[in-house]
Write a protein that binds this ligand. Structure first.
Ligand code: PEP
Ligand code: MG
Length: 520
């Protein structure tokens, strides 16, 4: 099985490696047990609501998780909520429908309050499902594997999250949800690695081998032996390495963190990151019918910029991938790079312009942070020029592009690109694939056509391209960083440093080990 690289928003920190256990959609399970046309009495509904509330109150947990349980129980015991259910029933609604509509109305009210309350709104859906399940005689019991496993689900309710047994559950992955949901708070408190909003989670089957890196929101499906060893080495930091974290000595290049969401910022700082080398923005867009609003984006960019005050933060504008299709984007390009990278954004200027405006607003609101904005997978000098023009017109001060395809490293092309931008970042994940003639994905089922290992970036044909890009950057007096996975590989990192790279960016989970090996 070829390794597959998936990204979501990491919650907390930590790395888990184990077999996947995929739990079916709760709604699908509910559909199986729902009884259309079955009118259930008011008393039964009230009993179900109280029973779920009691269930929550009796969950044996402490601290933040306990507060969450109590808050949810209080909602269920709220007489106003029950009155709304009653009103829907008297209008002729079926029990399940009446419950869902009443809870949805309550959720909308919370949403309109914004902030903390809006985050809590998503829990109302779980609560409604739970009450309906209780009424229908509860969900069929799930047979969990006897061996420890990584739980994979569309979502997880706060109550189920509170009941996770850390001796059996190694980590949690959801395709929906946000890092600030109640469930995420609970899983984090249990110190379980979690990635929410995972793009492409549908590719994961029960029994599949998974490596979950919560510090960067990265998940490796069927990881290579080399990847597993790489993470195991990083996890086996001895006290000498830990001491190096507090060491004033700095490696010869700046070590930055790759982030999938602002929620990972604290962990990155704790791991010693001197800034962010790649902030992936895809999560804001995924699963949406419309692009996120300027304000919504501003909040996310601003929180990451605020966390890294005084430091550089490289944000990458939306990088479409074929397995992350977005209904509001027109397709662009043809051949092996079709529908990837900057060309898609240039074909959808209204989407790009809002993102650039949100970034500019965040830049202005956080003047102490050094925001660098870059475009993914540039394919030509003209594309780089167009992006730089739009980004500067939006008011962005540092504008760059990612070098991810061999063609743009050619003499004449890379110099042309450097003329219009302030910096370059080399994406070795894509560059290695394309340099070795492997497409990162095949069309259709999302399988990778050929896997690459960390060491393949060290092959001469790939290193030649990297060398060319770094030398051109040096000649132009513009910084060049590396933010692909190979940046975290100590052997590759040392070569990149010899070639003159200015920064290396990697998952926070791997930074301490990288720093230690560069100082050794
Ligand atoms: C890369 O290709 O190296 C990279 C960092 O981008 P992504 O993995 O998000 O495609
Ligand atoms: Mg890439």
């Amino acid at each position: 099985m070829a390794e597959r690289f998936l990204v979501g928003a990491g919650v907390g920190s930590g790395v888990a490696h184990g077999k996947a256990f995929v739990v079916a959609r709760p709604e699908a399970a509910l559909a199986q047990i729902s009884k259309p046309g079955n009118r259930i009495g008011l008393i039964a509904i009230q009993r179900a609501m109280v029973s779920v509330a009691e269930d929550l109150e009796n969950v044996t947990t402490v601290g933040e998780a306990k507060d969450v349980m109590m808050a949810l129980a209080m909602i269920l015991r709220d007489p106003v909520l029950f009155d709304v259910v009653k009103a829907h029933l008297s209008e002729g609604a079926e029990a399940a429908d009446a419950i869902r509509r009443a809870f949805a109305r309550f959720a909308r009210q919370l949403e309109s309050l914004g902030g903390y309350f809006a985050e809590r709104a998503s829990d109302l859906g779980y609560l409604a499902n739970r009450v309906v399940a209780e009424l229908a005689g509860d969900l069929p019991p799930i047979e969990f594997p006897s061996e420890p496993f990584i739980l994979v689900s569309d979502s997880i309710s706060p109550m189920d999250a509170a009941k996770l047994d850390p001796n059996r559950v190694l980590g949690v992955i959801t395709s929906d949800g946000t890092p600030t949901s109640h469930s995420a708070i609970i899983v984090r408190a249990a110190k379980l690695p979690m990635v929410v909003g995972l793009i492409g989670s549908g590719l994961i089957r029960t029994g599949a081998d998974l490596l979950v890196d919560a510090s960067s929101g990265q998940v490796f499906l069927d990881p290579t032996a080399e990847r597993i060893e790489h993470y195991a080495n990083a996890a086996n930091l001895d006290t000498k390495v830990i001491r190096l974290l507090d060491d004033d000595r700095e490696p010869p290049v700046t070590l930055l963190a790759n982030l999938g969401s602002s929620f990972e910022a604290a962990g990155a700082l704790a791991a010693g990151a001197k800034g962010v080398g790649l902030f992936r923005t895809e999560l804001l867009y995924l699963g949406q019918q419309d692009p996120p609003s300027l304000e919504e984006q501003f909040v996310e960019y601003s929180s990451v910029l605020a966390a890294f005050s005084g430091k550089p933060v490289l944000v990458r504008v939306l990088d479409l991938d074929f397995d992350k299709p977005l209904p509001f984007l027109r397709e662009a390009g043809s051949g092996k790079y079709a529908n990837r990278g900057l060309q898609v954004l240039l074909a959808n200027p209204e989407v790009l312009e809002v993102q650039l405006a949100a970034l500019a607003k965040a830049q202005n609101a956080n003047p102490k942070t050094d925001l660098w904005v870059m475009a993914p997978m540039v394919l030509s000098v003209v594309e780089a020029q167009e992006f730089a023009k739009l980004a500067r017109a939006a008011g962005l001060r540092k504008v760059g592009v990612m070098i991810e395809v061999p063609e743009v490293t050619a003499a004449g092309v890379i110099e042309g690109i450097l003329e219009s931008v302030d910096f370059l970042s080399i994406g070795t994940n894509d560059l290695t694939h394309y340099a070795l003639g492997k497409s990162r994905h095949t069309a259709g089922d999302g399988a990778v056509s050929g896997t690459i290992s960390l060491s393949e970036t060290r092959k001469p044909e790939v290193l030649d391209l990297i060398r060319r890009v770094i030398s051109a950057g040096k000649l132009a007096g513009k910084p060049v960083g590396i933010c692909g996975e190979s940046a975290s590989d100590p052997e590759s990192a040392k070569i990149f440093i010899q070639l003159g790279v200015d920064s290396l960016s990697a998952s926070s989970a791997l930074l301490p080990q990288l720093k230690a090996s560069l100082l050794a």
